[in-house]
Design a protein around this ligand. Structure first.
Ligand code: FAD
Length: 485
């Protein structure tokens, strides 16, 4: 009798290596049917945004190619997921469905119901695995058994726990079924944007498991030992740029963590104490991602509700014009505009600049963090419900381990500190590139002759500042300070 097949339901784990669901299916011995079901309606308010869809299109293509190199295939289906799996179980005679867990509230709800339906109504095995985190969100607990709301004690607790599991190798063989079930064509899922936007994304990114391995190797080859020093400068290649690959699961956190850890502890490298500190800072960032998932899991309302309840009634401004100027990088503050333009053009923004633009929206314009999170959701290739929510609530001062209400970034000083030579602003705001460094981050203070020489006409070739930062800061302090009381 032929061995029964196992369906592997791929989701945010678009890789072969360190994929416990796939490896468990391969280890069972029978045919393996890899499947991806496109069902955006099942993700609640957080169906993948435009930039993520572009990434997903290419990542699925790359995964299909990798599976083919093992003599397998990727079957594509459209939702509802339950119908798709129902049909596949019937057509393939599979007696088990395996997948790796996700933690977004709507997705967890959906998965729970599918698991129970598969087991109870379809009578097949349904098993889920952890591929997406170093530790499950419920494994890290305070002394009293509760969740953490502050990163540092969370990090300290993880350091007392056993090492995260080592990543597992990709299966070297996947048994194909005698005949393959029908698959939708990738193009019919309509994931690629029709606008010219995709060209900008493709110029910067290559989705897929093979590419992220190269990216990680390149990062380990140099920047990692300067990570702590360089990571705040947006015109330098100081960070790993792993985030969209991690979000789509082309690399797992265990792989990134172990690569960094091995690098740090490999005696042959002769790393100095300072080098090790730089690498440890990178590892701590991987744990920020863990913390974001921990918070999302324990506080599932946070994508829509501030964790700190006192902020829920804050009267945010509803100013469509200012919001649009922020989105399009037309605020008149060069570092803010550079960040917003980098985001729109490439689907990614440097972390330091994410903090600056978020502070500007929430504190200078007093526009809700939810508006910012929604724009990031649509435009980031790494848009991730856990990290995006944490980042925006941090900026809004209303979340876990958040910036206090009185911490208001000064966009001029931030620009002058982290883009001192202006490389970043000149790249993304070319209409003011000829300004000397002294005025680059504050063009409205330059004299007429300096502006003229640089070919800048404020209000015409580049906007006047949308608000006066000093005044905006005072307004924010009094409005947000009132909440504190
Ligand atoms: P590196 O500096 O190389 O860090 C390595 C990895 O650690 C990252 O890929 C990421 O997975 C993780 N990491 C680093 N910083 C953070 C952080 N602050 N929070 C959580 N994880 C972190 N990150 C996302 O992945 N998706 C988002 O949607 C997202 N939205 C954000 C919104 C705001 C307002 C802010 C302030 C931050 C947001 N971040 C988000 C966190 C951070 O900006 C990005 O993870 C980082 O810029 C990605 O670049 P990198 O891969 O080069 O990071």
């Amino acid at each position: 009798m032929p061995e029964p097949a196992t369906i592997v339901w791929f989701r945010q784990d678009l890789r072969l290596a360190d994929n416990p669901a796939l490896s468990a299916a391969a280890d069972r011995g029978g045919p393996v049917i890899p499947v991806y079901v496109w069902a955006p309606d099942e993700e609640g308010d957080w169906a993948p945004g435009g930039a993520q869809r572009w990434w997903l299109h290419h990542s699925l293509k790359s995964l299909a190619d990798s599976l083919e190199s093992l003599g397998s295939r990727l079957i594509l289906r459209e939702g509802p997921t339950r119908d798709a799996l129902d049909d596949l179980v019937t057509k393939t005679g599979a007696d088990a469905v395996y997948w790796n867990r996700r933690y977004e509230p709507a997705v967890m709800e959906r998965d729970k119901s599918i698991k129970s339906w598969l087991r109870n109504d379809r009578g097949v095995t349904a098993n889920s695995f952890n591929s997406n985190l170093l530790f499950e969100p419920w494994q890290v607990q305070t002394q009293s058994g509760g969740p953490y709301k502050v990163y540092t004690p969370f990090w300290r607790m993880t350091q007392k726990m056993p090492e995260p599991d080592a990543p597992i190798a990709a299966p070297d063989k996947l048994t194909a079924p005698d005949s393959w079930p029908q698959s939708a064509k990738l193009d019919t899922l309509g994931l690629e944007p029709t606008r010219g936007w995709k060209d900008g994304l493709a110029a910067v990114w290559t989705p897929g498991e093979a590419e992220v391995r190269k990216r990680l190797d390149a990062f380990l080859d140099g920047p990692i030992t300067d990570y702590q020093d360089e990571r705040n400068f947006p015109d330098r290649e100081g960070t790993s740029r792993l985030s969209p690959h991690l979000h789509h699961g082309e690399i797992g956190p265990r792989q990134a963590y172990q690569a960094a850890r091995r690098y740090m502890t490999d005696g042959r490298r002769n790393l100095s104490k300072d080098d090790k500190k730089q690498v440890e800072t990178f590892i701590k960032e991987i744990y920020w991602r863990e913390f974001a998932y921990h918070v999302l899991y324990h506080y599932p309302d946070t994508p829509h509700e501030p964790l700190q309840e006192k902020f829920s009634k804050f009267p945010w401004e509803q100013d469509a014009d200012q919001l649009k100027r922020w989105q399009k990088g037309q605020t008149g503050y060069p570092i803010v505009d550079a960040g917003m333009r980098q985001l729109y053009a490439t689907g990614w923004m440097h972390n330091r600049v994410r903090m600056i633009v978020a502070s500007f929206l929430v504190k200078d314009l007093l526009i809700s963090w939810e508006e910012g999170a929604a724009w990031f959701w649509d435009t980031l290739v790494d848009a991730d419900l856990a990290s995006n929510t944490l980042g925006w609530q941090w900026a809004g001062g209303c979340g876990a381990d958040a910036a206090p209400y009185f911490r208001i970034f000064n966009p001029v000083l931030q620009g002058e500190k982290f883009d001192k030579d202006g490389g970043y602003v000149r790249e993304w705001v070319p209409e003011i590139a000829e300004l000397p460094n002294k005025w680059l981050h504050r063009p409205w203070e330059a004299s007429e002759s300096v502006l003229k020489q640089a070919g800048v006409v404020l209000g015409k070739t580049y906007p006047e500042p949308v608000v006066d930062h000093k005044q905006a800061r005072e307004s924010a302090l009094s409005a947000l300070g009132a909440i504190k009381d």
